[in-house]
Design a protein around this ligand. Structure first.
Ligand code: PMP
Length: 360
């Protein structure tokens, strides 16, 4: 890696590390290499910085943005908004973010800190209703002069950002790490696991890896129970009325940028397993990730135990990559985080209490 002065925060987008999740692998009796792509280390704190940067730069090239005049309006679960607000703070565009109520206060605070306006919308509003985050963004755009929606649900630069950056970074890390007797590697990405919100990440990754690197790579999509993105459709039956706590993945419609033909197999995950996996990533691997990272890991582990995944799980040197999309900074006030953070982690708590109760 070469170290040079970076022009602005956008230069720190992406270039994230691929980190071994060895302890979790060992605990699950995996012989393969379990690898996490740690996206909270991007400057805006998530995998979505990449598409924000790409969509803004493409719109600039097309002459669609005027500094001091344009108002970038975007419906998002928050992270695309944070990336856009960061880019627009640097470049001098105003920003309005529309975001469902369920998304964390931390995301709203970060957006406002970056100078964006934030409009909250009812979580239960159907995507095509005028009250949804998408409907409200469209209404604002109709009324606000020089308002523009870059539209992550349809913008080709969303999957392309992952095809051109996230995917190639993963491939480069895998092919640049030698196979040694201690750390055997197939030198290929053999399987990859990612959650889907817009679906840009999984679609772009699949294209990058299957086209340019390993056509046999198995691409595994993770979709929360209550969402309808998984295939076959019968997987999407759920009894939670479409409600789940994990943010950033799952939808009540299939976005244009999600090409489900690029995904080989889908798994449904629930909140409890996702949060348990977040705790594992923190306490076993020291990684301060957000909820959807837990969904991706729990999906990966379940797949590796399935008939389809067992061969990879049991083969030394096979590489399975799990996308960890954002960090816990976005969720510090959420009850699910406080619960898993405060849960006693070691028998030391009892020892400390005993010591402190004794007279000195
Ligand atoms: N996790 C989090 C925390 C996200 O914000 C997003 C983006 N909605 C995703 C996962 C899924 O990414 P994508 O939109 O590319 O499917």
């Amino acid at each position: 890696m070469s170290y040079q002065i970076i022009d602005n925060a956008l230069g720190g987008v992406g270039h994230t590390p691929l980190i071994r999740l060895d302890k979790i692998a060992r605990e699950n009796d995996l012989k393969c290499n379990l690898l996490g792509k740690v996206e909270f280390l991007s400057t805006g704190g998530s995998v979505k910085d990449r598409i924000a940067k790409a969509m803004i730069e493409a719109a600039e090239k097309e002459g669609k943005l005027i500094p001091g005049k344009s108002v970038v309006i975007e419906p998002t679960s928050g992270n695309t908004g944070i990336g856009l607000a960061m880019a627009c703070a640097i470049k001098g565009y105003s920003v309005i973010i529309t975001m469902p109520n369920k998304m964390s206060l931390e995301k709203e605070a970060l957006l406002r800190a970056l100078g964006a306006e934030v409009v909250r919308t009812p979580t239960e509003a159907a995507w095509d209703s005028p009250e949804s985050h998408i409907g409200v963004a469209q209404r604002l755009q109709r009324e606000i002069p020089k308002g523009i929606i870059l539209d992550q649900y349809r913008n080709v630069n969303n999957p392309l950002a992952h095809e051109y950056t996230t995917g190639p970074e993963i491939i480069e890390a895998v092919i640049s790490t030698p196979s040694t007797p201690d750390r055997i590697s197939s030198m290929k990405v053999d399987a990859i696991v990612a959650g889907a919100g817009t679906g840009g990440t999984i679609t772009g990754l699949s294209r990058a890896i299957k086209k340019a690197h390993n056509p046999n790579c198995i691409v595994i999509g993770v979709d929360p129970k209550g969402s309808i993105l998984a295939v076959p459709e019968n997987l999407n039956r759920s009894d939670n009325g479409g409600q789940y706590i994990v943010e950033g993945i799952g939808y009540d419609f299939v976005p244009d940028v999600l090409n489900r033909n690029d995904v080989d197999t889908w798994l449904k995950t629930d909140d409890d397993e996702s949060f348990a996996a977040v705790q594992k990533l923190m306490r076993n691997e020291g990684l301060l990730v957000g909820g959807s990272s837990g969904s991706a890991l729990s999906g990966a582990l379940r797949w590796l135990k399935s008939d389809q995944g067992r061969k990879i799980a049991n083969t030394p040197g096979q590489n399975i990559v799990v996308i960890l999309p954002d960090g816990i900074r976005n969720y510090m006030s959420k009850p699910w985080f406080l619960k898993l953070a405060m849960e006693e982690g070691s028998p030391l708590a009892g020892t400390i209490a005993q010591i402190l109760q004794k007279p000195e």
